[in-house]
Design a protein around this ligand. Structure first.
Ligand SMILES: C[S@@+](CC[C@H](N)C(=O)[O-])C[C@H]1O[C@@H](n2cnc3c(N)ncnc32)[C@H](O)[C@@H]1O
Length: 206
């Protein structure tokens, strides 16, 4: 199987797919993540793969800091409390610790999914929370086979909580998880995942 590097993946039609839902609102974000998104004054929230940022705009207020990050510059207008960064989440990082990191159906398209989870967990302030939609079936060996329990155990050993039924992952900070996987590259020909949309398999060696 020939694997794509990040630059090639970002140009792939699977990642640039215009049929994917980029317009979820706040209620939909809450449902997809299984959490209530009530922001306390002073909170800092980073949303990775934010799409249009509709949910973020609904939550924005002057007394919170919300940053949406996406590869594509197709977001709603920034407003008090809300800013957007056009960048690959694989390379971006916040300039201060954050209280909440979310990624709603974005990890399916990211190359180094485990590397992003590790980095995002390390951005959390004490008591901060990372929550993302994540399917362990999207993480594979170079021959395309899934890691099964070796992956879920490594996640658990590093402080992540994986909800297999809802395909969600979470982490409560602070922490510096270090997963024992080496990223090899991405397969954009994996076909649809559980969402019904074509997704990206991320290949690693253990
Ligand atoms: C299915 S959409 C979800 C958007 C939004 N979270 C929502 O639920 O409405 C996935 C988003 O991930 C973005 N994306 C995919 N790979 C990315 C990457 N490596 N860096 C930044 N954004 C990425 C896409 O541009 C797209 O906007």
């Amino acid at each position: 199987m020939s694997l794509l590097d990040d630059e090639a993946l970002w140009r792939s039609s699977v990642v640039a797919n215009c049929a994917m839902n980029r317009e979820r609102g706040l209620a939909s974000y809450s449902r997809e993540l299984g959490i209530e998104l009530a922001l306390k004054s002073g909170m800092r929230w980073v949303d990775l793969c934010c799409g249009t940022g509709k949910a973020l705009a609904e939550a924005a207020r002057e007394d919170v800091t919300i940053i949406g990050v996406d590869l594509v510059d197709h977001h709603v207008a920034a407003r008090p409390g809300l800013s957007f960064v056009v960048a690959p989440v694989d390379e971006w990082e916040p300039d201060a610790l954050v209280d909440l990191v979310t990624c709603v159906h974005g990890l399916h398209y990211v190359g180094d999914k485990l590397g992003l989870l590790e980095r995002a967990a390390s951005w959390l302030a004490p008591g901060g929370r990372l929550v993302a939609n994540f399917d362990v079936a999207g993480v594979r060996r170079a021959d395309g086979t899934p890691f099964g329990r070796a992956l879920t155990k490594a996640l658990r050993d590093n402080g992540f909580v994986y909800d297999n039924r809802n395909r969600r992952i979470s982490f409560t900070g602070e922490g510096q998880p270090q997963l024992p996987f080496t990223y090899l590259g991405a397969d954009d020909k994996a076909g649809p995942n559980y969402t019904g949309q074509p997704a990206v398999h991320s290949c690693y060696e253990l």
